[in-house]
Design a protein around this ligand. Structure first.
Ligand SMILES: *Cc1c(COP(=O)(O)O)cnc(C)c1O
Length: 370
């Protein structure tokens, strides 16, 4: 028996999204991004399903996420996208995880650790073409590529960069970043060396910048069926995989002029039916949505009223009906009605990414293969 509040994850839909992206990019390889608990969908379950679908590599942010995948029995390549601290390097070697080398010093530290460990390190070089996050600047990248030729205990399997504006309307910044990246890649041509696997495209670029696809693409949010922004074109066959629901735990009639919840910020001018639902900001349902959010009860959208509490919230049914135990949908569909991650993001003043990754670990994930 799990809590009356849970998220339902459709692994079948995640697999369908993977296939839709695969069709869209033709022969280009996919590296699904599974950071932050697979954008809230559950790291291990999503990885297992995608491996079954034919995925040969995954991207995560932190080494701990890579280790968790190995412990779950995932055998394909795993690239850790984040920056590394020297003492973490042996963990990568022990668990056969691919390191991101983002500076000459870091690459040297990897070479040293790999020599001591007696195993070749697998590495992707990270070039900063305009994100100013991690990576060697495109204008000094030559030094890192040179150094990589002097590291016998390092296998350079890939080289990549990250796009800052691929989900926006203006193609200019992406074109500029691609041009900077191509300039760095000419190093291999000039020396007649084989180029490692080149990758650049996140979900935004997969949707609207085919010239950035190169050898491999890194879809994150699109794997989970959500588009990165309202500006990008929709990809058919892609649909959300997460549904978040709860159940009515309390029903009452609130008298006219009797305020509801902390701070007494809301009241009705007429007597009204109000239900209480056992979910709150402690579950990741943002308190900032107080006074704006809607949920679906009996196929109809109803307003969340008063402040959202840590573990509970109240919904105004007006003249509508509901019984204890009825399902309440926070995200997803019920009957004809639908609430999207974009809706929640709009109410919370954030982006759909943060809605998905914010669903707290205390909310059980229930998986289906549909
Ligand atoms: C998170 C991330 C991605 C995926 O981004 P989406 O916008 O979710 O597709 C790709 N590459 C890197 C380096 C990332 O950090």
């Amino acid at each position: 028996m799990h809590r009356p509040t849970h998220v339902q994850i459709s692994l079948g839909q995640i697999a369908g999204n993977y296939r839709a992206i695969e069709r869209h990019v033709g022969g280009v390889q996919l590296m699904p991004i599974l950071k932050a608990n697979a954008y809230g969908h559950g790291l291990e379950a999503v990885a297992a399903r995608l491996e079954r679908e034919g995925a040969r590599c995954f991207g995560v942010a932190y080494v701990e996420e890579g280790i968790a995948l190995r412990k779950a029995g995932v055998s394909c390549s795993i690239l850790v996208l984040g920056g590394i601290i020297g003492r973490q390097i042996p963990l990568f070697l022990e668990h056969d995880l691919i390191l991101t080398a983002s500076s000459v010093d870091k690459l040297r530290a990897i070479e040293e650790a790999a020599t001591a460990f007696g195993r070749k390190a697998r590495v992707h070089l990270k070039i900063d073409t305009g994100m100013e996050r991690i990576g060697i600047h495109w204008y000094s990248a030559g030094a890192l590529l040179e150094e990589s030729l002097r590291c016998p205990h390092v296998a350079i399997e890939g080289i990549y960069s990250h796009l800052a504006c691929s989900d926006g309307e203006d193609p200019g910044p992406t074109a500029l970043q691609l041009e900077r990246f191509q300039e760095v890649l000419r190093f291999y041509e000039r020396r007649s060396l084989p180029t490692p696997t080149r990758h650049l495209a996140n979900s935004g670029a997969i949707l609207q910048a085919p010239e950035t696809w190169l050898d491999l693409v890194r879809p994150g949010i699109l794997i989970y069926g959500v588009h990165p922004s309202a500006e990008v074109p929709r990809l058919s066959g892609v649909a959300p995989a997460m549904r978040w629901c709860s159940h009515v735990v309390y029903f009452k009639v609130v008298q006219a002029g009797h305020p509801v919840s902390y701070g007494w910020t809301w009241q009705s001018d007429v007597a009204t039916r109000v239900i209480t639902v056992p979910v709150g900001y402690g579950d990741g349902y943002f308190r900032a949505m107080s006074g704006k959010a809607e949920v679906i009860v009996r196929g109809q959208k109803k307003s969340v009223v008063g402040r959202i509490c840590m573990d509970q919230l109240m919904v105004n049914l007006e003249a509508g009906e509901a019984y204890n135990g009825d399902e309440v949908v926070l995200l997803g569909e019920q009957g004809e009605a639908r609430i999207t991650a974009e809706d929640l993001a709009g109410w919370a003043g954030t982006i759909p990414y943060e809605i998905l990754t914010n669903v707290h670990a205390r909310v059980p994930r229930v998986y289906s293969d549909e």
